[in-house]
Design a binder for this molecule. Structure first.
Ligand code: TRP
Ligand code: ZN
Length: 885
């Protein structure tokens, strides 16, 4: 793709921009074969720059330059140089107006960066470095400019023409064309620029801000989707209100627009005043979207909206600071979701993702700190580490400071840096200045890669009535050598008595007895640190790392009996769930060893009784119960293994699942029926979601064990479902069952009913390809020649290839290596079409370290085959070259 040798960019080489662009005036002529872009940039030298170069260098990729002029005078060939990825304007003055005309080909753009076409509309994606595919520019986030954009296009094909800010002019032109001009009053980096043109409908709403300003909310969709906007608009209003209440942040323009597009590399993009969404992350109605989709939409709409402050008003100085906006914004959206739904369930979901996928990333070849020190292709760093671990780091600051001081810190941060492009150090500094807490040691979290490990040791001294807790930390880090200095770890801790009550925690020198806390956030700052608690009358059970207060691996010390106790008595909801997970992990792991040895399998009856207890409990919260009934996933079990035997894990886990189903049939049936009397119409409130989830978990358990009564329930649920949650849950249960005739019939009727709805078709594809039972390589390959598949559409690629490689693990890891070869074939194909998608897709092959020697060799072989390809994109090159031993 790129002729230039892949070059590594280092944070330490950061230099202030030598030139600034005060004003950017853009003019787009959108045509059926190409687009003509004219730009007028008010350029001046940056008075704070470190150097004074003679020439102006601008970024530009795959642009055809028609003309370039300075101060109204066309330049001739000797006055500028066209470079492979840029333009050099020679010998420039201190202040001047630069005008360029370039030709681009959106219709041929399959990488979905810059300006491209998605079905019949034009749209843009500029983060991180897509703007340089539109026109020559200083494409870096610390160059902030005021944008004025005029779009000209055919009136009948593209009646709607959008860009950032406010509409300031419009009119008709010759030849059935028209134009609209938009002006954004806020200075912004070009990665926040957006343009949309199409035949779109708008669904409108309004929001009154805390100071009484009326904001128009306008969602643009293709006509067939007009009944899928309500949930996103409700989520948007809820986010706007929440950001006012929790952060004191108000929206700043008079209009906020959301556009849904079908072809999109990621979930959504926070372009100023004009958020663009992947259709699958914004469109919903009850009969086509599941509960999970409803919740994802709520979270993503909030995430993009929150970026207006954490990202847009205060932006990043350079892309090494990406987590400044992403980590903080994920923290903000997670808190929002927790407030809107069940806080415990939200925490469980987030920690599950972190421990399964981020920990794996951090133990793999692409491991990097929250603030990376270098990269080849920035698109490769939109990772779980930047987003999820970045959010954990902000969450730890929140825990260390408390809500009030954290708010003081965020107020200071927004006030101090409004309109600026800043660094994670600036964020920490604001938190430190506002709170008076020293965060020097804490900053290590930003710069050291790897997941810290905590060893726990504790003892109870009956005669002294003391409980002693000793914590030791270490970190297998890829970038800090052997001498990793200790992290500042907030370690939330409690002691439970035999009734499950929290015991007052009195540390050695505490004088006051009466108001002793029952939960402490211990400041764990040394390599090894001991905490002693006084006046403990009986042997307690410790509750460790409550709420998962830090992103670490805790070396477990609880016995199975202690875990059973915690499963029913923990007062911390997250830890209660986690106790169940730990018990199940322990049991499944020892059963996989039995499986490998060829010994008969049996399930520790204490697990079955614990599940029975949960199912018949009258007091447990349904949202929590619905999570507790799910066994740890195969991916998580693999992540926890030194060397993972996928077949053994799969069989042991299935054996536990089937045993639970067989032994708990009456309780599961009861659970199904107790939770299937939901009122219609559909509601996506979290109590209804929890009940549907409970019912469907019970159904899936029963059906996977081959229960014929469950088959009848599944078939009738499939036929009568009033919403997509119930319909797809019954389909999933059938697909994962042995009832092949019924499964085929359901798959067929589902497609017949929904073939015109891309979001539902994506689910239909991923249900099949992600099923260990049905997602065989043969089925996946045949789905790739199905009319529903389109390799140019990222959602389809994720639903088919992504689902197979990440979820149908026994098939992907089949001993022949055919799964690996299939993935490599498709990575190679996508490398030329869409490098971002190709390089994300390749991830499972980079996890070779987890598997046996034979599989390692096969996976490495495929990575080497990819690396041997000619014209490898920077994206794929970086991931693959770093993954080869
Ligand atoms: N800033 C976006 C978000 O997190 C991420 C994003 C959207 C993105 N589209 C992208 C990143 C394309 C890289 C490439 O909300
Ligand atoms: Zn984001």
């Amino acid at each position: 793709m790129k002729e230039a040798q892949p070059r590594t960019i280092f944070l330490k080489d950061y230099k202030k921009p030598p030139f600034l662009i005060d004003e950017t005036v853009l003019h787009f002529d959108l045509n059926e074969k190409n687009a003509i872009v004219r730009s007028r940039l008010d350029v001046r030298r940056n008075p704070d720059a470190d150097s004074r170069p003679k020439d102006l260098y601008l970024d530009g990729v795959e642009l055809e330059l028609n003309s370039v002029a300075v101060d109204g005078v066309l330049l001739n060939k000797g006055q500028y140089e066209e470079l492979s990825e840029g333009l050099k304007v020679l010998d420039v003055a201190d202040t001047f107006v630069l005008e360029c005309e370039t030709l681009i080909r959106p219709q041929e753009n399959t990488c979905l960066e810059g300006l491209y076409k998605s079905s019949s509309m034009f749209c843009t994606q500029c983060e991180a470095e897509g703007f340089r595919r539109i026109t020559y520019y200083l494409d870096r986030p610390d160059v902030m400019s005021r944008f004025k954009t005029t779009i000209c296009a055919d009136n009948s094909l593209y009646p709607v023409l959008l860009s950032n800010g406010n509409e300031t002019d419009k009119g008709d032109l010759d030849n059935g064309r028209h134009f609209v001009t938009w002006e954004d009053p806020f200075r912004k980096p070009c990665y926040l620029f957006a343009l949309v043109a199409g035949n779109l409908l708008n669904i409108d709403d309004q929001y009154t801000t805390m100071t009484g300003r009326k904001v128009d909310l306008r969602m643009f969709v293709e006509p067939q989707n007009k009944d899928k906007c309500e949930h996103a608009l409700n989520s948007l209003k809820a986010s706007m209100k929440w950001d006012e209440e929790v952060y004191g942040r108000e929206y700043d323009l008079d209009i906020f627009m959301i556009v849904a597009v079908d072809d999109f590399n990621m979930g959504a993009m926070e372009n100023k005043g004009l958020n663009i969404f992947n259709s699958s992350c914004v469109l919903a109605k009850p009969d086509t979207a599941t509960d999970a989709t409803y919740q994802r939409i709520e979270a993503i709409v909030a995430h993009e909206y929150f970026h207006n402050w954490s990202g847009n008003r205060v932006t990043c100085r350079d892309w090494f600071q990406l987590s400044l906006k992403e980590g903080f914004t994920v923290f903000r959206d997670a808190e929002f979701s927790a407030d809107m739904n069940s806080r415990t369930v939200k925490r469980i979901e987030d920690v599950n993702l972190l421990r399964t996928a981020q920990f794996a990333e951090d133990a793999g070849p692409m491991s990097h700190p929250v603030r990376p020190a270098s990269f080849i292709e920035i698109s490769n760093f939109y990772t779980l580490t930047i987003y999820e671990k970045g959010a954990e780091v902000v969450g730890m600051i929140h825990r260390l400071l408390g809500a009030e001081l954290f708010r003081k810190g965020s107020d200071l941060y927004f006030e101090r840096h409004d309109g600026q492009a800043v660094t994670t150090d600036d964020f920490i500094q604001a938190m430190q200045d506002a709170s008076g807490k020293d965060l020097t040691q804490f900053k290590r979290w930003y710069d050291i890669a790897g997941t810290p490990v905590i060893d726990v040791d504790y003892s109870y001294d009956k005669s002294a009535q003391t409980f002693t807790l000793t914590l030791k930390q270490s970190c297998p880090s890829s970038n800090a050598g052997d001498a990793v200095e200790p992290f500042h770890i907030p370690f939330a801790f409690a002691l439970l008595d035999s009734n499950g009550c929290n015991i007052p925690l009195i540390q050695q020198d505490d004088a006051v007895f009466a108001n002793a806390p029952t939960e402490l956030v211990l400041d764990f700052v040394e390599q090894e640190q001991t905490f002693v608690f006084q006046h403990i009358e009986k042997t307690p059970v410790p509750s460790l790392l409550r709420g998962f207060s830090a992103p670490v691996r805790l070396k477990e010390t609880h016995s199975r009996d202690q875990l059973l106790f915690l499963m029913s008595n923990e007062t911390d909801g997250f830890n209660r769930w986690d106790a169940g997970q730990k018990l199940a992990v322990d049991i499944i792991r020892s059963m996989s060893e039995d499986y490998i040895k060829g010994e008969p399998l049996s399930v520790d009856s204490r697990l079955i009784e614990a599940y029975r207890g949960l199912l018949i409990s009258k007091s447990i919260d349904k949202a929590l119960l619905s999570k507790m009934l799910l066994l740890p996933s195969e991916s998580y079990l693999i992540e926890l293994s030194e060397v993972a035997n996928v077949d053994a894990i799969h069989h042991a886990r299935n054996f536990v699942r089937d045993t639970l189903a067989n032994q708990l049939k009456p309780e599961l049936m009861q659970c199904y029926h107790d939770n299937s009397d939901l009122d219609v119409p559909y509601s996506a409130d979290f109590t209804s979601i929890a009940r549907r989830s409970l019912k469907n978990t019970a159904l899936a358990l029963l059906l996977s064990a081959g229960d014929p009564d469950a088959l009848a329930l599944a078939e009738s649920q499939y036929a009568n479902a009033e919403n997509m949650t119930d319909q797809s849950a019954s389909l999933i249960a059938l697909v994962n069952s042995d009832f092949s005739e019924q499964r085929e019939a359901a798959l067929k009727s589902f497609y017949a009913r929904w073939s015109k709805d891309p979001q539902v078709v994506e689910q239909w594809l991923s249900i099949q390809c992600g099923s260990p039972k049905y997602g065989t390589l043969e089925n996946v390959k045949s789905l790739m020649s199905h009319e529903a598949f389109d390799i140019k559409n990222p959602n389809k690629v994720r639903s088919v290839i992504g689902a197979f490689c990440n979820q149908s693990l026994v098939n992907f890891h089949m001993a022949s290596g055919a799964g690996y070869e299939f993935l490599a074939d498709n990575v190679i194909k996508l490398n030329t079409l869409n490098p971002q998608i190709a390089s994300r897709l390749v991830t499972p092959l980079t996890r070779w370290k987890k598997f046996d020697q034979d599989r390692q060799a096969l996976m490495q072989g495929q990575l080497k085959r990819i690396l041997g390809e000619e014209s490898l994109s920077k994206d794929v090159y970086e991931v693959v070259s770093k993954s080869i031993k």
